[in-house]
Design a protein around this ligand. Sequence first.
Ligand code: ITT
Length: 203
Amino acid sequence: QIIVLATRNKGKTREIRELLKGYPIDIKNLDDFGPIPEVIEDGETFDDNAYKKASFTAKILGYPAMADDSGLCVEALDGAPGVYSARYAGENATDADNVKKMLEELKDKDNRKASFKCVISIAIPTGPALTYEGECQGVITKEAVGDNGFGYDPLFFYPELNKTFAQLTIQEKGQVSHRGKALKEIADEMDKIIDWIDITMPK
Ligand code: ITT
């Protein structure tokens, strides 16, 4: 079963491919299809944006599509940057820009609690979709630590493992992360998902 991963984020792609390795699905990505129009990610929730990305991509390409919308919600910032995590430091912000801005914003804050959230939507071209989600709790460090992962991983300290996410391997991060939890549900239900695609996909 072909499923198109509706993202250009290399970190997400690596994790999703690694954690769904061995299941009977062929995960294509947008680069396998040449230029396609950008989805407008103007939803107010992770759910909205995950569904927009998955359904839009499925419609345009004619295959089932999977999209991940995720982000970091920081208590002392009233849940920001949330759905704006990718563009926290500006429209073309790099991961390094966002990390720098986060450290700056939290400079004088004692409460450093944060959670990562992830919603994964699997949609078919006519619109129907399945939704999976995951969340994990951590603490924002005072400086970047570790070289693995992507995004805010070097700032996300996970107390149970006494490491930041950027000090974990993909497998270790996948055991506890927001994305790992959503993918675990998908993996557990893979047979049902493949049947659902088979029954609902327009023939
Ligand atoms: P696509 O929409 O193309 O998938 P994106 O990077 O724009 O890529 P999002 O809108 O979902 O994706 O933004 C997610 C951002 O949240 C991402 O760029 C990171 O900055 C952050 N993020 C999400 N999951 C993360 C993780 O596991 N580790 C570190 N940062 C993460």
